[in-house]
Structure formats: structure tokens, C-alpha cells
Write a protein that binds this ligand. Structure first.
Ligand code: SF4
Length: 283
């Protein structure tokens, strides 16, 4: 993971040296075209014609564009895995519940101690939620999370014979498991693609790459839109790859567009650097 990004960074910084730019700088060496909507201030006739042409041919959901994005993700983030450490479906379920409003790194610090103390759903089911709170306090929202974990363990013990069910409908009856959690467990442990994990990175980047509707703000709607546009065989890996991309380059504030190999495919309005003609309705 990250090799492609490294190469792209090296190539861009080498280009900088050739043209006399600061060796340590990541500043662009080509003329910077700040992303703008192609309306209003564009008085130049030639530019207007160029934009109109680009607009005409630009289809954010064109199969070849989606294919190009997926190919770039594969190149950048091959062999992606779920970042939450786990050794069973139960451990992954617990880690995913704990990861709400918390970093994966923090969850990965908490879970080894937790699973050493309480190795199975039976152990969790026998607890009062208050007993779990000190162990998971650092992940935030620990009271609710403790209730969810004990509730989930009881449900799995009583309804599913102590085994996490490999079924979306059943998983959705487990306390603390909404669609995102269920998709993580089904995709990353069971290898079953029934949906797309939509976390904060997938939410933000799917919109930046215009893979989902302009007004998509609801994770369920975003997931539905992604399921329409992505081949089912990519539903699991896509989320992992986008999450990696969101951490390394396409960060929430100040995305590192100058270093991003997907930049020529991207029309996000909050790009920090652009080489492409922005289409009029860029999102
Ligand atoms: S070009 Fe910028 S906004 Fe677009 S995907 Fe890359 S980092 Fe994100």
C-alpha cells in the first residue's frame, strides 16, 4: 500500500527540480489552474468554447471514467485490508462498534487488552455495561458503546448460537450494528458484498469524484448510488481503497491534489490544484 502514491510524489518532486523549483517543495511546476466554475467571469471566447466542449463530453458516471478511477485506486492501493485489527467476526464487530467517532489506531490500541480480558461473546454477555466502560473509555461515547457491546453479545448468544450471523438482515438486529457496521463485518470477514461501507472518507471522496448525486448527504443514499455505479465485485475493496486515499492524500481540509494521481479525473470544487478544465456544474 502507498507505493503508487510514493512514486507519484517522487515524479512530481523530480519535475520540480528539472524546472528549477525548490527541491524540497511540493509546489506545482506547471501553471496552476485554480478550479473555477466556467461561468460569469469567463469572457474569453476561446476559453468559453473550450469549456462548452469539455462540458458536452464530460459525464461523471461514464463507465470509462469509473473504470479509470477504479484502475487508479488499484494501482495506488493494491491488497488493501480493513485497518481494524481482528481475528474473528466477533472481534471485527466489536472493533467496528468502537470505531464510531474514533480513529482506527485508537481502537487498535484498546482491543488487544479488551479481548484478552473478555475473549468471547459469552464473556461480554455476562457483563454489566458499566464493567466495560473503563476499558473502552478512550474511544469516546464509552457508555453507549458499552451498552451496545453487551447488548450485541447477548443477542448473538441468545439468537444466533454465539456466532456472528453472515446475513445483513440478522446483523441489523444486533445492538450497535447499523448498515455500515454490518457491511464491514460481511465484507471484511465473510467476503460477502451486499453493500458498500460508507464512512466519513467514502462520503467525502465519493462526492468529490462525483460518483454520487450532487445532493447526496445521507449515507444510505450514498451507498445506494455507489452500488449503482460500481461493479459488485468492487464493493468491498472500493471502501478500503478510498479510506486509504482519504487518509493519505484526499484529506478533508486541503486535499493534496498536486500529489494525487487521480487529479486529471477529478473536478471537485475544493481541489487545491488543477490541470483540467472544470466543468460548469463541478460539485
Ligand atoms: S485531486 Fe484532490 S480532491 Fe480530487 S481525489 Fe485527488 S486529492 Fe482528492
Amino acid at each position: 500500500m502507498g507505493d503508487g502514491v510514493g512514486q507519484a510524489r517522487k515524479a512530481k518532486s523530480a519535475a520540480g527540480r528539472k524546472t528549477g523549483g525548490e527541491p524540497q517543495s511540493t509546489a506545482p511546476t506547471r501553471p496552476v489552474a485554480k478550479p473555477k466554475r466556467a461561468t460569469g467571469t469567463q469572457t474569453n471566447k476561446k476559453a468559453a468554447t473550450r469549456t462548452a466542449k469539455a462540458e458536452k463530453g464530460y459525464k461523471p458516471l461514464a463507465p470509462e471514467r469509473v473504470k479509470a478511477i477504479l484502475a487508479e485506486l488499484d494501482r495506488l492501493y493494491p491488497k488493501v485490508r480493513c485497518a481494524l485489527h481482528h481475528n474473528s467476526a466477533w472481534e471485527l464487530l466489536v472493533a467496528t462498534i468502537l470505531s464510531a467517532q474514533c480513529t482506527d489506531a485508537r481502537v487498535n490500541m484498546v482491543t488487544p487488552v479488551l479481548f484478552k480480558k473478555y475473549p468471547t461473546p459469552q464473556h461480554f454477555a455476562a457483563l454489566q455495561p458499566e464493567a466495560l466502560e473503563p476499558d473502552i473509555r478512550s474511544t469516546g461515547f464509552f457508555r453507549n458503546k458499552a451498552k451496545s457491546l453487551v447488548g450485541a453479545a447477548k443477542r448473538i448468544e441468545q439468537e444466533f448460537g454465539g456466532k456472528v450471523p453472515a446475513d445483513m438482515e440478522k446483523l441489523l438486529t444486533v445492538p450497535g450494528a447499523a448498515r455500515k457496521t454490518a457491511n464491514v463485518v460481511l465484507g471484511s470477514w465473510f467476503g460477502i458484498a451486499v453493500g458498500v461501507v460508507v464512512d466519513t472518507h467514502v462520503h467525502r471522496i465519493s462526492r468529490r469524484l462525483e460518483l454520487v448525486g450532487k445532493s447526496s448527504n445521507d449515507p444510505v443514499k450514498i451507498e445506494r448510488d455507489l452500488m449503482k455505479v460500481l461493479p459488485q465485485s468492487r464493493w468491498i475493496d472500493f471502501s478500503h481503497q478510498i479510506i486509504h486515499h482519504g487518509r493519505s492524500l484526499c484529506v478533508a481540509r486541503g486535499p493534496k491534489c498536486v500529489e494525487c494521481p487521480m487529479e486529471p479525473l477529478c473536478h471537485a470544487t475544493d481541489k487545491t490544484w488543477s490541470t483540467v478544465e472544470m466543468h460548469k456544474n463541478a460539485r
